[in-house]
Write a protein that binds this ligand. Structure first.
Ligand code: FAD
Length: 288
């Protein structure tokens, strides 16, 4: 099995303690030489400044290729593009461009009166600047708002045709879900990189709630396995085994890039990466 190329998602810290945790996470995962690391943008645009500060600091101090998430929620076009410009000024020119979700409890996405109506408009505007490498979201289990599986894929194609370079998927539980999606994308004429998003399950209750919210199908065998493992106090062991197995099946099916949702907790992601043959790149002078 060839070791995959990997990337990691972090979220911006909201206080000093969380900043230390992010820094520790970066220290553990950076030696695995990720293609890039990305920093999320809070639902409803709630972490605008925190995201900007986190990407600028990571870019300056970690030596990693950093991508900033950016959404269209609750901001005018000018404000959204000004935020993109602030990323570029900090040296960050990779963007994960999303429509975004509204703040919690606000129901469906409603465009800001002067804002981008959807993700395609945002991608077009970012692409027109010529400054950014653009990644977008994709949904192997189908986005809850999609009219149909085909409509979801057609919309993904529109996002890639608008100037995006790569799609990162929502997490899913079974490799076949991704393979079916990849085949359907190819059939629709999508020829750009589609990278599976992997959620190492640190906390089953949280992961299950998150999956339900974002329309990710939870197979009965996963529910059963976690119920038993939780009773036996072996959740960690099961999480590592399930995640490693999923990644191995993806790699055997031809996947060469994986994007990990770390939730700023590095251990499980690191253990899975090691099991897949992704090991720290240590400079010779540091070994001697
Ligand atoms: P889109 O793909 O534009 O729309 C979602 C779905 O709705 C589409 O798949 C399509 O089926 C349908 N749709 C929407 N508009 C149209 C249209 N005009 N015509 C036809 N169909 C349409 N959220 C955050 O708030 N902050 C983040 O940092 C963040 N990071 C993410 C990273 C990744 C890799 C992923 C996969 C998701 C992330 N999200 C984030 C969640 C994301 O904001 C939500 O899933 C949101 O509901 C959709 O955003 P999108 O850009 O993928 O939307």
């Amino acid at each position: 099995m060839t070791a995959p190329q990997i990337s990691f998602e972090f979220f911006p810290p909201k206080n000093l303690e969380a900043s230390f945790r992010l820094w520790d996470t970066v220290q553990v995962l950076a030696p695995l030489a990720p293609r890039f690391v990305s920093v999320t943008y809070g639902a409803g645009g709630t972490t605008r400044e925190l995201t900007r500060d986190a990407v600028a600091t990571l870019h300056k101090s970690s030596g990693l290729n950093v991508a900033a998430h950016l959404t269209c929620v609750q901001a005018s076009r000018e404000e959204t593009l000004a935020i993109a410009d602030s990323f570029a000024l900090a040296g960050v020119t990779d963007i994960v461009a999303l429509r975004g979700d509204p703040p919690q409890g606000a129901g469906r996405f409603t465009p800001h009166p002067g804002g981008f109506a959807n993700s395609v408009e945002l991608i077009q505007a970012l692409a027109e600047t010529g400054k950014f490498a653009i990644r977008v979201g994709a949904y192997p289990d189908i986005h809850p708002e999609a009219a149909s599986a085909q409509a979801d894929i057609d919309w993904l194609k529109a996002k890639l045709d608008a100037g995006a370079d790569e799609a990162l998927t929502q997490f899913f539980f079974e490799a076949d879900t991704f393979f079916r999606f990849r085949d359907a994308c190819a059939k629709a004429g999508i020829d750009k990189q589609i990278t599976p998003g992997i959620l190492p399950i640190e906390n089953w209750k949280g992961a299950r709630n998150f999956a339900r919210r974002c329309g990710t199908h939870i197979p009965a065998w996963v529910e059963d396995a976690f119920d038993k493992a939780t009773r036996d106090g072996r959740e960690d062991l099961l999480a590592t085994a399930i995640c490693t197995e999923l990644c191995s099946e993806l790699i055997e099916g031809g996947v060469d890039k994986l994007h990990f949702y770390t939730l700023n907790r590095p251990e499980l992601t690191r253990d899975v990466c090691h099991a897949l043959g992704v090991t720290p790149k240590v400079a010779l002078q540091n070994v001697a």
